[in-house]
Ligand binder design. Structure first.
Ligand code: ATP
Ligand code: MG
Length: 664
């Protein structure tokens, strides 16, 4: 969909337009979640390219996660600017390092290793520190913090004291400094480098070789950074060197979403941008285009009651009022997971694609219980950061075949062409009946087919472009979105959005995490919750379990202001009438779209009861009617699976009910 320059601007609000039109000089956008920061920079890039202010290949857009880089590329492609580079700091640094290594340092370049714990363990052993997993893990994090903060081992003690870091897992600062030195030695011996080294080495090369800097600048004359609140001092240093005095930098961020402090991120650079770049165009956005007023209210309340909001703006939703935020308490986490799976099933039957739903939680380990519940309910899902689809053998085979087929530039629809190739590899329109390896293979191939169908619905694409697109995704391991529920940690969900979000496991110990003990750490956890809430467009369900099966759990204190007042315990004496009224209200609130059908079903029941001279509830209980209205079975088999219906009713009333549903 190629838009004209004017059409691009027409799709922005006045402040966003200001960002898009500020095509030279430093630009800083500070704004809350969902206000269109990412939109503003993608449109700015597209507008800059269309109006001829810069060539897309001279621009480098930087993000902090692969997923965010993939998302940015996707949005740019949709706007018709495929040439612009969107990369993580790490991947940009690594590719430049590879390019300039031979001419500057020479010899074999160290391999990047993302698993640094073994090095820390070995270093700890050498200097006689305890080697238990939790100590090693804390020390590992501390080393990466120090490197991101550009703190060398010889300065560590001083800096650690100044920053009030205290002992790390019971290890005092002097010993941590020793460990840092030993760690560097171990790593060097293994011919490896860690994530920070890629940036540190490049910083070194740029400082020592002015010509290298000049060449980089000749290529990337414009830099754009999304989520700038998460920039570390090391990344900031690299940015400065890339710029080399130029002012062509545009950053966007939200101090209230700083969630990587533990790894060295700091919102200081965002806050001080106008000081660092005098004369910068500074824009603030407050209109929230993502979430309903109900969700925005919850977000404002959660961030507003903290003390570390650092000037968090109050968001104002631009969307019509919609579903209330739901707060649910469960007996244990399995019940919680089951309920979420059930709700997802209902939303899906109402027509919401699975890819528009996400379950977000605090730590990776929480995914298992949700995976179990979703699998049981036959709901497809994907764990963010899980085994990438492109590592699967059948997908590699399919990509090779698609690439061959693309050479002959076949005519016809994209999905038709992709389907034809996949069929030769054993893919069929319908899923195989049996589970197991064959089914897994089919799932992978079908994911490619679904991607083709979705791509062609959005824009016209040749088989060749589709293959190129796939190869691009495979390169950065950004799996194609297929119709699957996303399971993700709150950290990995940053910058993303879904129609329906389930924020699960929101109890003390996980939110905030029990490790968060200082006020700063607690505020970071609060920001994490704020990030979670603001991922939702239409529906937000917040839940926790009162027990984990072993211990009792308390609801997160961060939710105190938004959680509905505990209802006075309904006594057993509560009249049937009262309960029925409550159930009716709850239904109207949770399933407004199904109210008309429920009414038709009730009418049918009334008529039937009158005809037979029996009380209505003997025909169908209220709860069964509500379930029918929501799940809308189409066959007797589906009908018989509904709770409280039973074989007898299916035989007696099944056909009647199906007819009411079909009419409704
Ligand atoms: P986050 O802080 O979570 O990264 P963000 O500020 O980057 O959020 P975007 O992701 O750019 O926000 O936008 C949020 C949603 O609002 C997107 O779906 C986007 O398309 C939509 N949106 C933004 N601006 C507008 C606008 N002017 N008109 C219509 N929709 C908009
Ligand atoms: Mg964003």
């Amino acid at each position: 969909m190629a838009l004209s320059a004017q059409e691009l601007l027409d799709r922005l609000d006045p402040e966003q337009r200001k960002v898009a039109c500020a095509l030279s000089g430093p630009v800083c956008v500070r704004a809350g979640a969902g206000t269109g920061k990412t939109r503003a920079i993608t449109y700015r890039i597209a507008y800059g390219a269309l109006s001829g202010a810069f060539a897309p290949q001279n621009l480098l857009a930087l993000t902090f996660t692969k997923k965010a880089a993939g998302e940015l590329r996707e949005r740019l492609r949709d706007l018709g600017v495929p040439g612009a580079q969107a990369r993580t700091f790490h991947s940009a640094a690594l590719s430049q390092l590879g390019y300039f290594w031979g001419a500057t340092v020479g010899g074999p370049m160290p391999r990047v290793s993302d698993a640094t714990r073994p090095f820390v363990r070995e270093a700890a052993r050498r200097i006689g520190l305890p080697g238990d997993e939790s100590t090693i893990s804390d020390l590992n994090t501390e080393i990466s913090w120090a490197k991101s903060f550009l703190v060398a081992p010889e300065n560590y003690e001083l800096r650690a004291a100044r920053e009030g870091r205290g002992e790390i897992a019971g290890v005092e600062a002097g010993r941590v400094a020793e460990l840092m030195e030993a760690y560097e030695k171990v790593k060097l011996e293994k011919g490896s480098m860690d994530f920070s080294d890629a940036l540190l080495l490049l910083v070194g090369i740029l400082l020592d070789n002015p010509k290298v800097g000049a060449r980089v600048r000749a290529q990337y004359r414009h830099l754009v950074v999304d989520e700038y609140q998460d920039v570390s001092p090391l990344q900031h240093r690299l940015l400065q060197l890339w710029l080399g005095g130029s002012k062509e930098l545009c950053v966007v961020g939200d101090a209230a979403q700083t969630i990587y402090s533990f790894a060295g991120a700091t919102s200081r650079f965002l806050r001080e941008f106008p000081k660092e770049f005098p004369g910068a165009t500074v824009v603030e956005l407050v209109r929230d285009y993502r979430s309903t007023p109900q969700i925005v209210n919850a977000a404002n309340a959660v961030i507003g009651s903290g003390n570390g909001a650092g000037g968090a703006v109050r968001l104002v939703s631009q969307l019509p009022s919609s579903f209330p935020v739901e707060f649910r308490e469960h007996g244990d986490d399995e019940a919680e997971a089951k309920d979420i799976a059930r709700r997802i099933g209902i939303l899906a039957r109402e027509g919401l694609p699975f890819s528009e739903m996400a379950i977000l939680y605090r730590v990776n380990g929480q995914s298992a219980v949700f995976e179990g519940a979703l699998r049981e309910a036959s709901i497809p899902y994907r764990v963010a950061g899980g085994v990438g689809i492109f590592r699967r053998k059948e997908v590699r085979e399919a990509m090779a075949s698609l690439s061959m087929a693309a050479r002959s530039e076949p005519s016809g629809s994209l999905s038709g062409n992709v389907g034809a190739v996949l069929r030769q590899l054993g893919w069929t329109q319908k899923a195989p009946q049996r589970a197991g390896v064959q089914r897994e293979r089919w799932d992978s191939l079908d994911a490619l087919h679904r991607l083709a169908v979705r791509t062609e619905a959005r824009r016209e694409v040749s088989l060749r472009d589709f293959v190129r697109d796939l190869e691009g995704r495979a390169g950065d391991e950004n799996p194609p979105e297929t119709d699957e529920v996303t399971l993700s940690t709150l950290h990995a969900a940053k910058g993303l959005e879904w129609d329906a979000v389930f924020l699960a496991g929101m109890h003390e110990g996980l939110m905030p995490l029990s490790y968060a003990t200082t006020p700063d750490q607690k505020e970071e956890e609060r920001r994490l919750l704020y990030v979670g809430i603001t991922r939702a467009r239409q529906r937000l369900v917040v839940s926790y379990a009162k027990s984990n099966g072993k211990r009792a759990q308390k609801r997160s204190g961060f939710l105190a202001d938004v959680w509905p007042q505990a209802e006075s315990k309904r006594s057993r004496a509560t009249s049937y009438r009262q309960r029925a009224r409550q159930a009716k209200q709850d239904f109207a609130r949770d399933y407004p779209d199904d109210v008309p059908l429920l009414r038709s079903l009730q009418e049918w029941r009334r008529a039937k009861a009158k005809e037979l001279g029996k009380p209505a509830y003997t025909i169908f209980p209220d709860a069964a009617l509500r379930d029918l209205a929501v799940s809308r079975p189409q066959t007797l088999a589906q009908l018989s699976r509904i709770r409280g219906i039973g074989q007898k009713r299916v035989i007696q009333w099944g056909e009647d009910v199906l007819e009411v549903i079909a009419r409704g």
